[in-house]
Design a protein around this ligand. Sequence first.
Ligand code: SF4
Length: 687
Amino acid sequence: MAEKLVPVVCPWCSVGCRFYIVNVNGYPKKIEFDYEHDTRNHGKLCPKGVAAFQYLRHPDRLKRPLKRVGERGEGKFVEISWEEAIKEIAQKLKEIKEKYGPEALAFLGSERCSIEENYVLQKLARALGTNNIEYVCRMCQSTAVAGKGMVLGHPGLTNPFEDILKAKVIVLWGYNPAATNPVFFGQYIEKAILDNGAKLIVVDPRKTKTAKYADIHIQPYPGTDLAVALAMLNVIITEELYDKDFVAERTEGFEELAKTVEKYTPEWAEKVSGVPAELIRKAAITFATAGTAALLTNEGVNQHANGTRTVMAITEMMVLCGYFGKEGVMSGAIPGAHNGMGAGLMGIGPHELPGRFPLHAEEHKRRIEEAWGFKIPEKPGITYVEMIDAILEGKLKALYVMGTNPAKALPNLKKAEEAFKNIEFLVVQDIFLTETAKYADIVLPAAAWFEKDGTAISFERRVQRSFKAADAPGEAKPDWEILVMLAKELGFGEYFNYSDADDILREINRIIPPLAGATPERLKKNLKGCMIPCPDENTEVPRLFVQGFLTPNGKAQLIPVEYKEPGEVPDEEYPFWLTNYRLVGHFHTGTMSHRSKSLSKRWPEEYIEINENDAKRLGIKDGDLVRVETRRAALVFKAKVTPHIREGVVAAPWHWDFNYLTKDVLDEYAKMPELKTAACRISKVEG
Ligand code: SF4
């Protein structure tokens, strides 16, 4: 029996934990902890990490290409050969391009796939003549990218994980790391609080496991975080708690910001958010006078139609207090998936080139065109949710989906389903027959993360290599290999001449300057990887903004922000605030975690949390079935009656059917949909 230990990066969240898969003759037997090496997780794993190999040999794995024979969504397919599948896809894409133009085609990449695979996908889209290329970051981090980009010039985490151990105050805003990034929470945040005495401020409508450690817990109505942030800016400025030297030397726009937030007093914010004015004042003073601070945000801030404004206001709090460019501080927004940051850097965006340069950055565009040997289309593409409207309007005819599940992740799912029923041509390559794949014309079986070599970038900006630790089942292939087959069939063979992931990474090293030094050789030799930007093989940048910000003039931009409501607020007809959250044991739409034995056993079903006083008023008891209705749809949940959620708010985990309830109104800057809150009504299901 040939048994070997293969080093891998965890395929779930973006902490970048490392461990081994025990491979027995190509079969993934179990995971093994890595205590010997200098890993970011210090040998520790969360329940998902421990279960990370379980879905690999699930009987539902796709093993051969499939062609639809039933109605769209019915899930009836016949097996076909790879040759037939690739020929049919290439022919159909060419036909649609010829008949309607390249803008009738669109591609979705994936934060679950490697940077190499996302790079190849966006290059293929551009070879076909379209910038309609997107990934799920649009519905997770796009507001953080836009907001931090405008204020600081870069959206990435500013400091290495260790720096949080020296922070005097930690603010976790719309972020529950005890559930979403448990190892980062246990190995860094918990130690900063319990061992080093950091104060903790949590902003979250729910009393989460993270909030149980808080010195100050602020519970705004979902999506009114902007009111709290503006009021904290008001206190920091009117009470002159800001760092005057830092503001004078390293920022611009202070006067206008100060004038704008004058009216946003804590008393005003109390009326909007339901948070007592005195608590807001106390939080602002605690934050601004700490000396060093970490302020981390997540989906509770990002996934709103006012998300970009909220990110800007929160980031400006950090700027005003001069909390940048030194040890003991940290600012960042945390991508949900293990390669969320990496996929984005590859240019998987309708307005972005590889390296996240804007599409109109002529110098970079010319440089990339020269290296590729073909022109990049001029016209910007459309964003994720806009693609659904474009399908329904008959403008978008073909969608190619790699490793993602929009038929469960999009808001207002009934509308999305209508679009998938009516699209002319849909291809899905994935490891399971997802909700989206059931609508597809052709389904291609992909290798899972552990079944191929590939590179990922964690939320610490750390580039790490993961290695093939198991054989893929049946005829499943790595995503990059499938894309190269298709590119060749489309006649683009000369541009896609790769024989392995290393070939692609070497091209990325040449095309994307901040990744120039993250070569295959360096990443294989040093499993801890390197922090980007790494412009050459000996360099990495652990701390951002030490000298200046990455804005054009090097100064942080204190752009004034006005209040805007979230995408939907309660009224007489729909009186409750509805929100969602993530469970420690599940991941996104559940494609992998629902098929992991230990996770689905311990976290088997969805439910809805309701405050005990609201429940009493409505005659609802713990375990009763309740109907939750929004203007889009109604779902039935089991009630979980609890004191740990504020009155007037109900909350459910989103890994099941939650998105039937959400609204597809968009943030004006980033086109993020309002995924995090909706107005709803609740009634007990009788009988
Ligand atoms: S914390 Fe994240 S990266 Fe680490 S084991 Fe858990 S899911 Fe994996």
